[in-house]
Design a binder for this molecule. Structure first.
Ligand SMILES: Cc1ncc(COP(=O)(O)O)c(C=O)c1O
Length: 478
C-alpha cells in the first residue's frame, strides 16, 4: 500500500504518539485552519508572519506571549522536533572541546549534538529498576555521588543535562538537582519532551515542571505531551546563565530556512490550548479519566506499574513472563497499538483524546495475551549495564564516528572502539556511544541485550578500523 493510502487507513486503537490521537484532540483553532482549502495555509515567512528567529510578525508575537504566560524570558518554536531544539540548546551553551554532564538515559539527539559540537559527554548512570530493566529518576543523594566521582575537573564541564520525565512517565523532584548543578557553575538544560503538561498548574499531583524548578533551558515536545503535530516543539529560556543571542545563533545554524507555517501554527494552537480555561479543563478531565482507568484496570488484575504521569500506562508484561516486544507483536495485528514496547513492559500513551471503551478493550487484550502465552513465571531480574557511575568515552565521539571503520560481528569486537550509536528506538536511548571501548563485560551484556531487544539490536557492529591512528584523547582525559 502506498504512503498516501496508508495514512488514510484505520490502524486500530491509538495508544501511541502524537498525543492528539489522529486529530481527535487537535485544538479547535487549528482544526478551523485545516478546514480551509488544502494547502492555503502553506505560506513562507512573509513579513506579517515571520518565523522563530524573526523579531517581528505573528510568530515572534506568539513566542513572546507564550513565554510571558509561563513566566519564561524567551520561547522559540521548533519544526524539527524536540531533537532540533535540544541540539540547538546544547550547542548554545558549549564550545568545541568542552564536556557536558548528562545521564545515561539521554536521548540520542543529545549524543548527536555532542558529535556536532565536538563535545565530550560525561555520562552518569542512574538508579536501576531491575524488575523491568528501566532507569528510575535520580535524587540529590545520587547526584552528589555522581559529582564526587567526576572523571574531569569541574571547569572542563560547560553544562549539565537532565531528562524529566522519562518516556514511561517516571519523574522526581528536579529543584534540588538543579540547585546542585548551578552550584557547580553550570547552566542546566532539561529534556522535558514528555512533560509539556507539567507546566500547567491544572493538577497539583503532576510533577513540578523543569521551568518552575529553575532550569535555564527546557525543551518540550508538543506532539508527545501537548496537542501539536509531529515535529512541533518549544524551547524555553529563563535567567541570566544563558545568553539568548547564542541560542538564536545556534537555532539559526541548525534550523531549516523554510520553517513550515503549518507546524508553527500547530505550536501556537497547542500552547494556546492551555492558556484557555476550556483547554485546561479538558486536560484535567483527561488526567482524571486516566487515573480512574488505571485504578480500575489494576483492580481487574492488570499489572500497571506506578509512575508520575497518569497519561502513560506502563503495563508490566514481564510479570507474567511475556516480553513487552512479544506482547506488542501479538496486539498490533489485533488492532491495539502501543507506543513503547520494551523487554519487560508495554507503555501506552493515552494522549489528550478521549478513549471510549478503553477499559474493556485493555482487559480483553490482557486476557487474550495471557491465554495465548499460558503458564509462564515472572521474568528474572534485569541486569544493569556494566558501567561506572560516571564515565567518558575512550575516544572523542566526533573522531570515532568520522574515523575509517569496519563492521565486525559482536563476538569479534572485544577491545575495539565503537564507531556508531547502538540504540533501540523507541525509546532512543543509546546502549553504546561512538568512542566507547568494547570490553568483554560490555560485549557480553550487549549480547544479552540482543536476546531481549531482538532485531532492534544489530548482530554486527561498526568499529573504528584498527589501522586508524589513536586520535587525541577527549577533554582532559589521559
Ligand atoms: C526523552 C526524549 N527526548 C527527545 C526526543 C526527541 O523528540 P522528537 O522525536 O520529537 O524529535 C525523544 C523522542 O523519542 C525523547 O523520548
Amino acid at each position: 500500500m502506498g504512503l498516501l493510502s496508508s495514512l488514510q487507513q484505520d490502524v486500530g486503537r491509538c495508544l501511541f504518539l502524537p498525543a492528539h490521537g489522529r486529530g481527535a484532540a487537535l485544538p479547535n483553532s487549528f482544526r478551523r485552519l485545516l478546514q480551509r482549502r488544502a494547502g492555503y495555509w502553506d505560506l513562507p515567512e512573509l513579513p506579517h508572519i515571520g518565523g522563530p528567529l524573526e523579531s517581528e510578525g505573528a510568530v515572534a508575537e506568539a513566542q513572546q506571549q507564550a513565554a510571558e504566560h509561563v513566566g519564561a524570558q524567551r520561547a522559540w518554536f521548533g519544526v524539527n522536533g524536540a531533537t532540533g531544539l535540544l541540539q540547538a540548546a546544547l550547542l548554545a551553551i558549549t564550545r568545541p572541546g568542552q564536556a557536558v554532564l548528562m545521564p545515561r538515559n539521554a536521548h540520542r539527539s543529545l549524543l548527536q549534538a555532542c558529535l556536532l559540537g565536538e563535545l565530550t559527554p560525561v555520562l552518569f548512570d542512574l538508579p536501576f529498576l531491575n524488575d523491568r530493566g528501566q532507569a528510575a529518576p535520580l535524587d540529590a543523594e545520587w547526584l552528589i555521588n555522581v559529582l564526587g566521582a567526576l572523571p574531569l575537573p569541574t571547569k572542563a564541564i560547560a553544562a549539565a543535562v537532565l531528562v524529566h520525565p522519562t518516556y514511561q512517565g517516571y519523574a522526581g523532584d528536579l529543584k534540588p538537582l538543579i540547585h546542585l548543578l548551578h552550584n557547580e557553575g553550570w547552566p542546566v538544560l532539561v529534556d522535558e519532551a514528555h512533560g509539556s503538561h507539567f507546566l500547567t498548574d491544572v493538577d497539583p499531583l503532576l510533577p513540578r515542571s523543569a521551568l518552575h524548578s529553575g532550569a535555564d533551558l527546557v525543551v518540550h515536545s508538543l506532539q508527545k505531551s501537548a496537542a501539536g503535530l509531529a515535529q512541533t516543539a518549544v524551547l524555553w529560556q529563563q535567567g541570566d546563565r544563558v545568553d539568548p543571542t547564542r541560542v538564536e545563533r545556534s537555532i539559526g545554524w541548525l534550523q531549516t530556512t523554510s520553517p513550515s507555517a503549518l507546524l508553527l501554527a500547530s505550536c501556537v494552537s497547542a500552547l494556546n490550548e492551555w492558556q484557555q480555561p476550556q483547554g485546561l479543563r479538558r486536560l484535567k478531565c483527561r488526567l482524571d479519566d486516566a487515573r480512574h482507568l488505571t485504578k480500575r484496570l489494576r483492580r481487574s488484575g492488570l499489572p500497571l506499574l506506578s509512575n508520575q504521569d497518569p497519561l502513560r500506562l506502563v503495563l508490566h508484561t514481564g510479570a507474567i513472563g511475556i516480553s513487552g516486544l512479544d506482547a506488542d507483536a501479538w496486539w498490533m495485528p489485533r488492532g491495539l497499538i502501543a507506543e513503547l514496547p520494551e523487554p519487560a513492559t508495554v507503555t501506552f500513551c493515552l494522549g489528550l483524546a478521549k478513549h471510549r471503551g478503553l477499559e474493556q478493550r485493555l482487559r480483553k487484550a490482557w486476557t487474550s495475551l495471557r491465554s495465548a502465552h499460558p503458564d509462564r513465571g515472572a521474568q528474572a531480574a534485569f541486569e544493569p549495564a556494566p558501567l561506572p557511575l560516571v564515565g567518558i568515552p575512550d575516544r572523542s565521539l566526533a573522531m570515532a564516528w568520522r574515523a575509517e571503520c569496519e563492521t565486525v560481528p559482536l563476538d569479534a569486537a572485544e577491545g575495539r572502539i565503537a564507531a556508531e550509536l547502538v540504540c533501540p528506538y523507541p525509546p532512543g536511548i543509546p546502549l553504546l556511544v561512538p568512542g566507547e571501548r568494547l570490553d568483554r563485560q560490555r560485549l557480553e551484556w550487549l549480547r544479552r541485550q540482543r536476546i531481549l531487544w531482538g532485531d532492534q539490536l544489530p548482530e554486527r557492529i561498526r568499529v573504528v578500523r584498527a589501522s586508524e591512528p589513536a586520535h587525541e584523547p577527549v577533554a582532559g582525559h589521559g
